[in-house]
Write a protein that binds this ligand. Sequence first.
Ligand SMILES: *[C@@H]1O[C@H](CO)[C@@H](O)[C@H](O)[C@H]1NC(C)=O
Ligand SMILES: *[C@@H]1O[C@H](CO)[C@@H](O)[C@H](O)[C@H]1NC(C)=O
Ligand SMILES: *[C@@H]1O[C@H](CO)[C@@H](O)[C@H](O)[C@H]1NC(C)=O
Ligand SMILES: *[C@@H]1O[C@H](CO)[C@@H](O)[C@H](O)[C@H]1NC(C)=O
Ligand SMILES: *[C@@H]1O[C@H](CO)[C@@H](O)[C@H](O)[C@H]1NC(C)=O
Ligand SMILES: *[C@@H]1O[C@H](CO)[C@@H](O)[C@H](O)[C@H]1NC(C)=O
Ligand SMILES: *[C@@H]1O[C@H](CO)[C@@H](O)[C@H](O)[C@H]1NC(C)=O
Length: 309
Amino acid sequence: MSIPFLWLFLSSWPLVAVFSHPHHPPTHLNRRGSSRGVPPQGFYDPRNGGGSWLTEVNDTFPIGLGEPLNVVLLGSSDPAVLVDQQNDGGLRNYFLSFGFAGECLGQHSGSDQEANLGDGRGYLNETAVMRYDYGDPTLGTCKETVEGGNHFRYWIQSGSSANSGAVFIASSYELPTQLHHDIIFNGYNFARDWLIGNATAQSTLIPTENLTNGTTFSGQTSYAGYVYQSNVQYVSGFLSNTSNGINHFLSVGANGTSAVDGLVAFVDVKILTAPSGASVKSPARPSARPSLFAIAVVLMSMLAAALFP
Ligand SMILES: *[C@@H]1O[C@H](CO)[C@@H](O)[C@H](O)[C@H]1NC(C)=O
Ligand SMILES: *[C@@H]1O[C@H](CO)[C@@H](O)[C@H](O)[C@H]1NC(C)=O
Ligand SMILES: *[C@@H]1O[C@H](CO)[C@@H](O)[C@H](O)[C@H]1NC(C)=O
Ligand SMILES: *[C@@H]1O[C@H](CO)[C@@H](O)[C@H](O)[C@H]1NC(C)=O
Ligand SMILES: *[C@@H]1O[C@H](CO)[C@@H](O)[C@H](O)[C@H]1NC(C)=O
Ligand SMILES: *[C@@H]1O[C@H](CO)[C@@H](O)[C@H](O)[C@H]1NC(C)=O
Ligand SMILES: *[C@@H]1O[C@H](CO)[C@@H](O)[C@H](O)[C@H]1NC(C)=O
């Protein structure tokens, strides 16, 4: 089997499953709201439903500035990953696999931002804020809160008029508390790329200034026995390459660098392996899929063995 065919197969099978089993009994996922429908590109463009690729931040000067939704976890990802929980390999476990945990001791600090994903629900506060944990999921985010670092807010596109299940992330790299949590120079683009660099286990920094429409990265991370495969593609045309309308535009964009380079990183996430016993009770996997999943795991292992002998 050729490698391009393998990639096609791996990237298309969850969509096939979603569209070819419209009548299977409600799964854990479907019960969250009306039934999910994932368009071919893996998300609905918020602008088509009156939304925006910028968040809304209150009390900015001038008023009305926002921050970029610069990473999207596609609705075509493994359904279990898109469930907002730490159990069963869910979203919080995936975040932990690349070093992001909930806020310090469960205390919400920092201001809320609202985003409109065009899913019929209008502007909503972020679901949660996740912070880089400096290798310590329990207390590391306290260090991030005080010393600054990478963090992100996220929203899930799950309203009835655009229920893709995609997760929209606004990432930024902030300065220490005593500097009022301003964003570092180029801190939206860098935060996106350091997040993607960690999520795809890169050994070197992603070269922010050399990214173009279509650049790809992929790699694996794991946490609590779940191994995730993240395939990333950067795409332009959703965000503008600009400093106009961007929060902290004076310090983030400077000397000819736009505060936002206009690229969004789209991530397709698959669970390659689950802890023994877990896949049996995985709630989001319809009956026809375990065998396909098993085949995919075997093929991925073969590919890995071929590429990294
Ligand atoms: C921002 O301000 C508007 C108007 O005062 C208010 O309705 C909204 O809830 C505020 N949002 C946040 C996140 O504080
Ligand atoms: C968002 O949170 C703020 C408090 O930070 C609250 O005033 C506001 O009503 C919330 N907005 C929505 C849409 O729930
Ligand atoms: C991973 O994230 C940390 C914290 O943001 C950053 O210092 C590091 O450079 C990132 N690694 C890669 C490969 O991007
Ligand atoms: C970006 O591309 C240029 C030209 O190919 C190269 O010289 C430079 O080293 C690259 N930068 C990084 C950080 O990879
Ligand atoms: C970026 O590339 C995609 C193909 O991957 C293409 O459909 C799209 O039009 C390109 N965007 C821009 C702004 O050129
Ligand atoms: C922009 O350039 C000026 C003059 O070279 C320099 O003082 C300043 O630190 C630069 N700003 C950033 C954010 O790099
Ligand atoms: C953004 O625009 C600047 C010029 O303003 C250009 O140098 C840069 O390559 C653009 N970035 C992308 C990712 O298109």
